[in-house]
Design a protein around this ligand. Structure first.
Ligand SMILES: Cc1cc2nc3c(=O)[nH]c(=O)nc-3n(C[C@H](O)[C@H](O)[C@H](O)COP(=O)(O)OP(=O)(O)OC[C@H]3O[C@@H](n4cnc5c(N)ncnc54)[C@H](O)[C@@H]3O)c2cc1C
Length: 326
């Protein structure tokens, strides 16, 4: 069966990967000239289903808890299984109790245990929640890793205006926010982020700083970089980061550790998270097209499960020779 996957964000690339492994003949078409120009390129890459359950429905946990295994199998060595640390400033420690009451999978840490886990945060917070089972990856490395592996397997990628003149049996549309206004109920939730660069501080895992109005997280990357995210604004305006958002993100980073005040702002950006009213992703079929959309805050976390669902549907129509064991 010939499949055209539209969109090379995390949704499209995981679908392409999964279908390829099940023996389908897949072509990927991406409107931009490169991968990672949509929301996926701005993501934190947190695989954090227990933390996300604080504000998300149950399927985010049940569908997301095996995501780290999927990514590790697809891209060996890219997944960091170091857990998530959740802290709150002196006046906001009540936020930690609230967070704990809405989640599972955590343990309390005292000041000594926080310092043992993250030495550069020693003495800064009296208590914290630690979600030991959570993981993270670098989204840009993951997207280029999947693309490189698929290109090596001779999958066709069409960028920009390139078209494939052949006929396809099915289209799998993974165009994210590109379908706002076309798919019923799909909306955009803007996420602004920035990259800070400093050699003066080390973190080994994502750290979430709770705050009643501006909760943020910092995800360490290679080369002394830290991704600071993210705003949640109900709009599909993908324009540059606003001064207000930049101040909020920088203030929160400074509150986590004043050393971030000396960091260089290496990059700022905004991505539009595609979301349905329940903030859960959907696989929906209209004629010959299957839409995989609505990943909201959970593209890296839930794309593997949704890609599996697409493969199951297509295999039920036309079983293919398995190409590789998964
Ligand atoms: C700041 C921020 C932080 C985030 N952090 C996390 C996180 O830590 N963990 C997590 O799991 N998720 C996170 N997310 C959410 C995640 O990034 C999104 O859910 C995910 O990227 C959505 O993926 P997608 O492939 O559906 O969309 P996109 O990444 O936007 O990809 C869609 C692609 O389709 C292309 N396209 C559009 N129209 C067409 C067309 N007509 N033909 C062909 N191609 C087309 C676009 O160019 C784009 O490349 C975050 C998001 C943001 C913005």
């Amino acid at each position: 069966m010939r499949i055209l996957v539209k969109g090379a964000g995390v949704a499209g690339l995981t679908v392409a990967w999964q279908l390829y492994r099940h023996g389908f003949d897949v072509t990927v078409q991406e409107k931009a000239d490169a991968i990672g120009t949509g929301a996926s390129g701005f993501a934190g890459g947190m695989l954090a289903p227990w933390c996300e359950r604080e504000s998300a429905e149950e399927p985010v946990l049940s569908l997301g808890r095996t995501a780290a295994d999927w990514w590790e199998a697809a891209l060996p060595g890219q997944v960091q299984r170091r857990g998530t640390l959740v802290v709150a400033g002196g006046r906001d420690t009540g936020e930690l109790d609230r967070f704990a009451s809405r989640t599972t999978g955590w343990e309390w840490l005292d000041e000594t245990a926080i310092g043992a886990l993250e030495p550069d945060l020693a003495g800064r917070f009296r208590k914290a929640l630690f979600f030991r089972e959570e993981a993270h990856l670098d989204p840009r490395r993951a997207l280029s890793g999947l693309t490189a592996a698929l290109e090596e397997a001779r999958m066709r990628f069409l960028f920009g205006d390139s078209k494939d003149k052949g006929a396809f049996d099915r289209i799998v549309d993974c165009t994210g926010a590109g379908r706002i206004g076309q798919l019923p109920d799909l909306r955009g939730v803007r996420g602004e982020m920035l990259y800070l660069e400093t050699e003066e501080i080390n973190l080994s895992r994502p750290v979430r700083l709770l705050h009643p109005r501006h909760p943020i997280y910092i995800v360490p990357r290679e080369k002394n970089r830290f991704m600071v995210g993210a705003t949640m604004i109900e709009t599909d305006d993908a324009g540059p980061v606003t001064a207000r958002s930049m101040m909020e993100l920088l203030n929160a980073a400074y509150a986590l550790h004043p050393t971030f005040g000396e960091a260089r702002v290496a990059e700022t950006g905004a991505g539009i998270r595609p979301a349905y009213p329940d903030n859960l992703p959907r696989v929906t079929a209209f004629g010959d097209t299957i839409h995989v959309n609505g990943f909201y805050r959970h593209g890296f976390l839930l794309a593997p499960a949704m890609a599996g669902e697409v493969a199951r549907r297509l295999l039920a129509e036309a079983p293919q020779p398995e190409r590789l064991a998964s």
